[in-house]
Ligand binder design. Structure first.
Ligand SMILES: Nc1ncnc2c1ncn2[C@@H]1O[C@H](COP(=O)(O)OP(=O)(O)OP(=O)(O)O)[C@@H](O)[C@H]1O
Ligand SMILES: CC(C)(CO)[C@@H](O)C(=O)NCCC(=O)O
Length: 266
């Protein structure tokens, strides 16, 4: 068993891959730990019925977090290898100016998505709505050509509350014409998030003359889904895209990417 660890800025997600008849695949179960409650990771590890031989991880939550996870794994004699973004693998090329600077979670998620594609596919967008929002574009010949980073919707709401006297913390979906503070904030945050995705779709469409398949993930997608689907359908219609727009939710693309890398460890 190989543990797969996605250490994000809010939560740690742990999956595992198993070798079944010579074929490595990721089990669907995922264990999630809040970053504020990292000690329970040690308890969980010590109670595992089967000890992992190895762990593979991505960590974007700083060196201290890396050390804490390593110590917990050491207690059960499990070594971890932290994955960083590469210049290229057999399925994906990374055009970041400094390839290692690209977040390892973004890299792993893109690997997870590219692996699922048929040989010929449209351009792809991988959008993650978590602590931050990242929206990455992959060309039809599997080159990561660029991406954007913005605060996640929770962080946007927090910044409005923390940076002003009058704006409360809010939650909820957007409406078209808000006439009160809460709805104005909800709609502002939601339009920033869906608007960012729409911008990247337009850029992709202009470059390839083909509408991308959009893969979405992250804890905050649910509250953005309605507005985002509407907006993307509108711009696809205006772009006269021949195909129906596809927005596909992926539960754990980062862990899928790590599972692919884990095939080299058996
Ligand atoms: N079930 C949920 N309901 C409401 N908010 C959630 C839920 N799950 C996660 N969130 C919010 O989503 C954000 C984190 O999302 P997610 O778990 O996808 O990312 P993460 O662990 O921070 O990883 P990353 O750093 O990669 O974004 C936080 O702002 C958190 O408050
Ligand atoms: C953008 C985040 C925070 C998303 O989790 C992470 O991928 C990260 O810390 N990236 C490093 C900077 C970059 O990707 O360019």
């Amino acid at each position: 068993m190989i543990l797969l660890i996605d250490s994000g800025n809010s939560r740690i997600k742990i999956g595992w891959s198993l070798n079944k008849n010579g074929c490595i695949h990721r089990e669907p179960h995922v264990k999630i730990f809040d970053n504020l409650n990292i000690r329970s990771l040690g308890q969980w590890l010590s109670c595992l019925p089967k000890k992992p031989n190895h762990a593979l991880g991505v960590n974007v939550a700083g060196k201290h977090r890396e050390n804490v996870i390593e110590n917990e794994l050491n207690n059960i004699n499990c070594k971890i290898e932290w994955i960083v973004a590469q210049t290229r693998t057999s399925i994906l090329i990374n055009e970041y100016k400094n390839p290692n600077q690209l977040g390892a979670d973004r890299w792993a998620a893109m690997l997870g998505i590219v692996e699922k594609q048929k040989k010929i596919h449209p351009p792809l967008i991988v959008a993650s709505f978590g602590t931050t929002t990242t929206i990455d574009i992959i060309s039809p010949n599997n080159i990561f050509i660029g991406g954007i980073i913005l605060p996640g919707s929770f962080m946007m709401r927090q910044s409005l509350t923390n940076g002003t006297a009058n704006l409360p913390m809010s939650s909820g979906e957007s409406i078209d014409l808000p006439l009160d503070t809460i709805n104005s904030i909800n709609s502002g945050v939601s339009s920033a998030q869906s608007g960012a995705l729409a911008r990247q779709c337009i850029i992709t469409f202009k470059k390839y003359n083909e509408f991308p398949i959009i893969y979405v993930t992250g804890g905050l997608w649910l509250e953005l889904e309605k507005e985002t689907r509407q907006l993307i359908n509108e711009i696809a219609f205006k772009s006269r895209s021949e195909k129906k727009t596809e927005i596909i939710y992926e539960n754990r693309p980062v862990l899928d990417g790590l599972a692919i890398i884990s095939r080299n460890y058996n």
